[in-house]
Design a protein around this ligand. Sequence first.
Ligand SMILES: [Zn+2]
Length: 61
Amino acid sequence: MSTVTLTGVCPECETDLTVPPVTRGETLSCPECILTLRVEAVEDGRLTLEMIEVQLRDWGQ
Ligand SMILES: [Zn+2]
């Protein structure tokens, strides 16, 4: 009960991810596909992750 980690699966490349405790709404990066993933839910040590559409275009303000 000392070291708590959470696990999840990247929705893009299906890599198993083990991460330190995060909370809903936090983001992390998949080490495989480098996508940014947002924590949608944490349930029983399992993360539900959702890919964030990163806006790469510069809208040139
Ligand atoms: Zn990935």
